[in-house]
Design a binder for this molecule. Sequence first.
Ligand code: ZN
Length: 475
Amino acid sequence: MGKENFVEQIADIEKDFPRWYTDVVIKTGLVDYGPVKGTMVIRPYGYAIWENIQRELDSRFKATGHKNAYFPLLIPMSFFTKEAEHVEGFAPEVAVVTHAGGEELAEPLAIRPTSETIFGSMYSKWIQSYRDLPVLINQWANVMRWEKTTRPFLRTSEFLWQEGHTAHADEAEAVEETMKMLGVYKEFAENCLAIPVITGRKTEKEKFAGAVATYGMEAMMKDGKSLQAGTSHYLGQNFAKAFDIKFLDKDGVQKLVYTSSWGVSTRLIGALIMAHGDNRGLVLPPVVAPEQVVIVPIASKKPGVLEKCEEVKTALERAGVRVILDNTDNSPGWKFNEWEMKGVPLRIELGPRDIEAGKALVFRRDTLEKAEYSLDGLASTIKELLGTVQKDMLESARVRRDNRIVYADSVKGILDGVENGNFVKAGWCGCRDCEDKVKAETSATARVYAEGEHSETCAVCGKKAEHTVIFARAY
Ligand code: ZN
């Protein structure tokens, strides 16, 4: 197949969304499949997005008083049995090391699926007095959860994430921390990823194993399914009891701490792809795009063209813009397709006629619009335009999502709603049977409680509703 035809290799987003997704992640060079089934290799283009995500989040964690640390990958299996719900929830997906150094180990070691237990064991050592609190630690790490069905970024046996683990003297402060970090995630998702999210509490069935309460943020993908983009857990004293994390309080009494944990992962890259992508490929928001601008010279052999391109590139770099000049010998048409597929937010086209007229043609990946701008002050024009693209992407994703939130008052209504690619708000009595029935009959799950909404009756059994729940099919 000729290079000019490569765009046809991406499946139609409307006709085959799952294949479109796979085509995009592979063909744009974000990831490749690892040799062990269920693993992914994050290639430089994908990793650059992750680095931008990390940088943005890390500065927010630090601004809210957290410090980074690194804990071991291996956790004694016995740690998992200390918290009953935790072990039950994670047992099916834990990978265990039983042999090392040519010998069978006396105690098998878990490869961390999450680190509450090892943080708990260390916190019990480090925390003695009220003066040691709060402890606010985050780690950037890999984790492993053995999955039967895997998809790059969405579900792989190993993935990258951050996990915050905090300990507090009282309940109110631990709850406040849980909600604060949920707020940090929401602000980040909206302002950096341009993905509008709905945050709220999860049902008992959907909560984290070992948590008192789990709060999630849910994002709508272009197929109408939901993707859980991050979670924040209030753990109460569950892990404090399991690991004996006690402190001597001001009143001279030994007390158990209250803990929280919160995390987001490389799943966010999957969210970016599916919230913004189109038939040409990726559409990346400027804040996390590896390259924010690509300069494509037209008739580059003509005198002065490459020089002017270099000049523009330097000016943009000085203005703090991530920019690439594509001076390879591929045709301009080929370059347009390539960089559009890779989702670069802006493209500057510069040819002899543009230069003569003192102008540049600028293409916006998000709207597919082209406009001419003066070469004078182009760098500041571009900076401003990147800000506009960032805002417009969030706004259009918000409009798209809000048009696809419907209400239902029956299981049939929920089914119709999700079949048509919507989030469905419905009343729920709070009982597990009704929640299970929705899942069995519609394949939709309770994502989060819709805050501030009060339904009269349960859509399943007709009894008094305790909550309004957002139901959706989910990744
Ligand atoms: Zn019910």
